[in-house]
Design a protein around this ligand. Structure first.
Ligand SMILES: [Zn+2]
Length: 97
């Protein structure tokens, strides 16, 4: 591959250009995969529905990124579902009480 900044030929797996130091797409892909999964896990605690969607996106992204963030994404999905079940339970109890 070639550096987007200076055009020098660099290793396909390089995370940064050794010539000019600019980060390549490799690092962005890796961090966005993890970032999505982590964001999904955080959202799962605050907004379960958004957390579930973001975690699913993070899980699908982790497949194309050597499984990075997979555990985090699965945890986010499980927590989101549990949060929604408990949320529905609380609302039901609140209406019946
Ligand atoms: Zn460069």
């Amino acid at each position: 591959m070639f550096c987007k900044n200076c055009g020098a030929e660099i290793d396909d797996k390089a995370v940064a250009c050794p010539h000019c130091g600019v980060a390549t797409g490799n690092l962005a892909t890796a961090s966005s995969s993890n970032g999505t999964a982590v964001a999904g896990l955080i959202f799962a605690f605050i907004f379960p529905l958004i957390g579930l969607i973001v975690s699913c996106v993070g899980l699908s992204k982790s497949k194309s990124c050597n499984g990075k963030g997979k555990g985090c994404a699965i945890a986010g999905i499980i927590i989101s579902i549990l949060e929604m079940i408990s949320g529905i339970g609380i609302i039901t109890w609140w209406f019946l009480a």
